[in-house]
Design a protein around this ligand. Sequence first.
Ligand code: TXA
Ligand code: MG
Length: 316
Amino acid sequence: MTALLPIDDSSISRASSLLREGRLVAFPTETVYGLGADASNGRAVASIYEAKGRPSFNPLIVHVAEISALDPLIEWNSYAQILAKTFWPGPLTLVLPRKKSSPVSLLASAGLDTLAVRIPSHPDAQKLLRAVALPVAAPSANASGKLSPTTASHVAESLNGKIDLILDGGPSPVGVESTVIDLTSPTPTLLRHGGLPKERIEAALGVSVSVADGSCNAPRSPGMLASHYAPDLPVRLNATSVSPDEAFLAFGPSADGGKASLNLSPAGDLAEAAANLFSMLRELDKTSASGIAVAPIPEANLGAAINDRLRRAAAR
Ligand code: TXA
Ligand code: MG
């Protein structure tokens, strides 16, 4: 069952213990309510996608309380430093290169080499992030295809019974999601319009910000803007046998084979498989195999999202 608690010292401490145990907690931010999980725990991140019922893995925003907490996670550049100093805490998300040593699960960034990060200003979000002292991955706390929630009861309508706790901090004052800016290429690019106007970002940077195709016309599917992770080696799906020069990505109690093999989940657990998907694909992609053969994955629950990403990887 899902508990709904007003914010005080005891609910914050309950929420931070739950997050540390890998459970899900919805919490208020100034933009919309977020569905939080420990970003460094792949299983916890998998359960975000499970609770939202998403048919694909979209990269998530990682939230921390203060700028210094981002040093282990991302590579800074001068635009990022200016925007961080000017607008954080606040309704702005920066997409930056992910540090190689970043503890954030690859599932949180859907296998990408980049990471979206944000420091929310809402005092209750700040309290929670300080108490838990972990990077918290949090998409908007709605079921897939529903509007972003701006009150605790919106969250309950959408996710009741699917998450452990909802912290009620009243209505979100901004009411729209954060503005997302990609700073991984020389020209800053707006990926999603949101709570911080583009003009204020341009004024702070002293350069114009380009707008990614589709961000005005398709605001309801902003996830489409993120590029997808694809291995260099060719990927062969639904492999029931593996040749000696292939690498094998197994699932369930299947025999090993090929040049190298890794098992997404020997027990056949889809959440475990999701948590391992991108890191294992990357590992096999580094081998001298001729390609990656992937065992059949059932289409149920998280299997739909796993298969969606595998099909994209195979189709590249
Ligand atoms: O206001 C907000 O941003 C809220 C609160 C909870 O912080 N969060 C939110 O998360 O709206 P979500 O998951 O609903 O939207 C995240 C957006 C998506 O458009 C996603 O594609 C983009 O950020 N995004 C995340 N990581 C990315 C990455 N590495 N590269 C490009 N886009 C990314
Ligand atoms: Mg959303």
